[in-house]
Design a binder for this molecule. Sequence first.
Ligand SMILES: [Zn+2]
Length: 242
Amino acid sequence: MEPTKFEELTPKVVLGVAAHPDDLDFGSSGTLAKFAAQGAEVHYLILTDGGKGSADRDAVPEELTKIRQAEQRAAVAAIGGTSAQFLNYPDGGLLVTLELKKEIVKVIRTLKPDVVITMDPSVLYSAQRGFINHPDHRAAGQATLDAVFPLARDHMSFPELYAAGYEPHKVATVLLTNFENQNYVIDITETLDKKLAALAAHASQVPDMKTTGGWIRQMSEMIGKTAGYKYAEGFMRIDVRG
Ligand SMILES: [Zn+2]
């Protein structure tokens, strides 16, 4: 398959949607920092409360949620982002429901992003990497794609939102985080340090920043090599025509 040729992205408003605090920072914070540096508003929408992200037997979910939300806010600040919102669905139980889609549609119609970044819901597992994708990640990606198209675009979807003043909005481009299958590479050489700072903000999830920073650097180098950049992030990019 011929690699797809894309125009460079220069969004004004970017919305990242993910299941847990830290998901966006691992997958796409170099790109989000780059958009922010170009002058874009960058908003994070985190769907779950992140209350199960600990191996500590004494961890209290409500406390963990507070810690992780503070960490996420610090990470957003580190990349020069604009805001972080939390929907607080229970961690580990995220389902693709109409209710969830409606809440994402509400945010899309409010912020009116040109670019939406989320996780690729088609990633189920990688036998080669011994990896099963977290069900919350798949649900977050699926609900977000459904919200972008067609639900945010059509005034007849959730007419109660339209009646309440939420005008339909068409998202121009979706970037899906997918570590194996990518059609678009973004140069993050200038913003890798901000990405590392964002990840370091997630202290409850990243206890050893030296090791994590090492493999992030390595992975960014590997992706960069495919396009002649020092460091890069890769995505499946969809320019939505419908
Ligand atoms: Zn996650």
